[in-house]
Write a protein that binds this ligand. Structure first.
Ligand SMILES: [Zn+2]
Length: 418
């Protein structure tokens, strides 16, 4: 009996893997949030090679990923760190950092990787580029800080290729309150007066307003103010993981009412709240890592490099190291990290709450993102596989992977034209 059950179960799994492979190759697979450093796009060792990052072209090809938003991210300088953070000098530093990233994407898509990849400025561009078998790259701005206080800069960023902009990152700025106010207190109690003008300007130009990283109040005000659908480019469901970066049910309904979409993020800490390692377990892992010369993944910026270093290890050494880790897991078990299944639970939850038309997918790779099973772009298929196993149809999977976000992009640009 047991034997029969095992066989029929594996037969089911084989069918769903085959179905999922076919679906994954047919649908347009788009990741709405991937970070990068300018040298990853312009340097000698760049994303055309399998460099030590979660995203790069070889990983993108292996994972069947068709399109992505490169994120023009500029961190928020706080006034407590630098008194001119929200003055001309601070804005100029942020602006130069943003322009360097815009330029890097143009250099990569227009020169370095022009055979494989093309810059997309509209949803139709994405579809056209995909249809001819090339990868499509878009640009989103994470943090409106580099816009400074000059409304004309919104148009400049649009002309440089920005198709979404979030008002804030971590820490309040001239445009509004960040989610970090739950810990630090509020500056504006929502969107700042200048932020309201920036939202109107984004609506006028056809840039999607991104509410990820905004405070709840700023997010709800944005949803009410925007004349076009709004997006959350990389957030998850607060009901399943209670962190201020996620959207609660009230926010998800408000987002849906704009016609917008939440690009569910596979960021381990927003997918699952894991209990910290015991000191004994932490020490054992650190010792094992240093024995095999692996970087410490505790700091966010080292996480991707640590994963890549592991991938580059000679097979026998890696097997040895993994055996050691397995032994540690047995002796000193830790809370398992978020998996693809945990991630898809967030998608299931939002689909049930606000409907299949308002949910999408993002990784936040090279910005701290990744869950066990989808830890770099080469593993992107695992997301489709789990969706198929849960009974999502091809049409629904297409919506989740790109259909919804491209619909919103079309709508935002149509409203701008009117
Ligand atoms: Zn972010």
């Amino acid at each position: 009996m047991e034997q029969v059950n095992v066989n029929s179960l594996s037969a089911v799994n084989e069918t769903s893997t085959k179905d999922a492979r076919a679906i994954h190759s047919r649908v347009l697979v788009l990741d709405s949030h991937i970070d990068f450093e300018p040298e990853d796009l312009t340097g000698e060792r760049n994303y055309t090679q399998r460099v030590e990052t979660q995203f790069n072209l070889p990983n993108m090809i292996d994972g069947g990923l068709d399109a992505l938003f490169f994120v023009i991210y500029v961190g928020q300088t706080r006034e407590s760190q630098n008194p001119d953070a929200l003055k001309t000098a601070g804005y100029e530093r942020a602006y130069r950092a943003a322009v360097e990233k815009f330029d890097a994407v143009h250099c990569f898509t227009g020169e370095i990787a022009q055979e494989q990849m093309e810059l997309a400025l509209s949803a139709d561009d994405v579809r056209r580029i995909h249809a001819k078998g090339k990868k499509a790259a878009l640009m989103g701005v994470e943090n409106g800080y580099p816009l400074g206080e000059d409304l004309n800069c919104v148009k400049e960023f649009y002309q440089r290729g920005a198709r979404y902009i979030s008002l804030t990152h971590n820490g309040h700025n001239q445009l509004g309150d960040s989610h970090t106010g739950e810990r630090d207190g509020w500056k504006w109690n929502g969107v700042a007066p200048l932020g309201k003008q920036v939202i109107a300007e984004m609506n006028r130009l056809g840039i999607m307003v991104d509410v990820s990283h905004a405070s709840k109040e700023a997010m709800l005000q944005t949803a009410a103010l925007s004349k076009a659908p709004v997006i959350a480019s990389h957030s998850a469901a607060r009901a399943l993981c209670n962190v201020s970066r996620n959207l609660d049910d009230e926010q998800l309904h408000a987002l849906k009412n704009t016609g917008g979409v939440i690009q569910m993020v596979a960021y381990h800490g927003f997918v699952k709240t894991t209990k910290p390692d015991s000191p004994e377990r932490g020490a054992a892992i650190t010792t094992a890592r240093s024995e095999y010369n692996l970087p410490d993944p505790a700091s966010l910026s080292q996480r991707a490099r640590a994963q890549a270093a592991l991938k580059m290890m000679p097979t026998d050494l890696r097997a040895e190291y993994e055996e050691k880790l397995a032994e540690i897991d047995k002796q000193l078990p830790g809370d398992p990290p978020a998996t693809v299944k945990d991630f898809i639970d967030h998608i299931d939850y939002a689909v049930k709450l606000i409907g299949i038309d308002h949910v999408g997918i993002s990784s936040d790779f090279d910005g701290g993102g990744g869950v066990s099973g989808w830890n770099d772009a080469s593993e992107t298929f695992n997301v489709t596989l789990e969706l198929v196993r849960r009974g999502y149809t091809e049409a629904q999977i297409e919506k989740l992977w790109s259909g919804n976000l491209l619909r919103v992009m079309d709508e935002v640009q149509r409203i701008a034209r009117e």
